[in-house]
Write a protein that binds this ligand. Structure first.
Ligand SMILES: C[S@@+](CC[C@H](N)C(=O)[O-])C[C@H]1O[C@@H](n2cnc3c(N)ncnc32)[C@H](O)[C@@H]1O
Length: 158
């Protein structure tokens, strides 16, 4: 059983407050209208999908998705089952360091996204510098805000 399936039952108790702080920072820094479509890559139980508009989440952990009452798809970041330019916003909160292929995943995010991309990246991850360099290569970082645990990159398409 994969790691997130194993810890799924306790996930919200362990991480909800921490993840909500990141979500609060993101919401404070963007303006979301009801007509906006958001894709949440690595949505888990849906904490990070809590925007007041149309949100689709995607995640490979069936056990986390069972606790997610929002619109969700079982799948992986490396192969997003959506047409090009389907979403005005792509968000991914504390998930990228788990992706098997970060470059491929961010290429996919770029393909299905339009203009706005928000990546919250765990700073203590060994892959942090690598992830940041791939974000810089693919996107224009407009703002970076440090949370207690993550760096949140607000990006535009290049
Ligand atoms: C720390 S959790 C964050 C979940 C959610 N974004 C939140 O804020 O609560 C990391 C998530 O990344 C997901 N994940 C792992 N590999 C993935 C992949 N290749 N594609 C998409 N999500 C993945 C895990 O299943 C897990 O839900």
């Amino acid at each position: 059983m994969a790691y997130y399936d194993k810890i799924a039952r306790g996930y919200n108790d362990l991480y909800k407050d921490e993840q909500l702080k990141k979500l609060y920072i993101i919401k404070y820094n963007i303006q979301i209208e009801g007509s906006i479509r958001i894709l949440d890559i690595g949505c888990g139980t849906g904490i990070s999908s809590n925007f007041e508009c149309f949100v689709v989440g995607i995640d490979p952990s069936i056990e986390l998705l069972k606790q997610n009452n929002r619109i969700k798809v079982l799948g992986i970041s490396e192969s997003l089952p959506f047409k090009d330019r389907s979403f005005e916003y792509i968000v991914s909160i504390t998930s990228i360091h788990n992706f098997k292929n970060v470059a491929k995943s961010l290429n996919e995010a770029k393909r299905v996204g339009m203009e706005n991309f928000i990546f919250s990246v765990l700073r203590k991850s060994k892959k942090y510098d690598f992830i940041k360099s791939i974000i810089e290569k693919n996107f224009k970082i407009e703002k970076a805000i440090g949370d207690e645990k993550d760096m949140i990159f607000f990006c535009k398409n290049r």
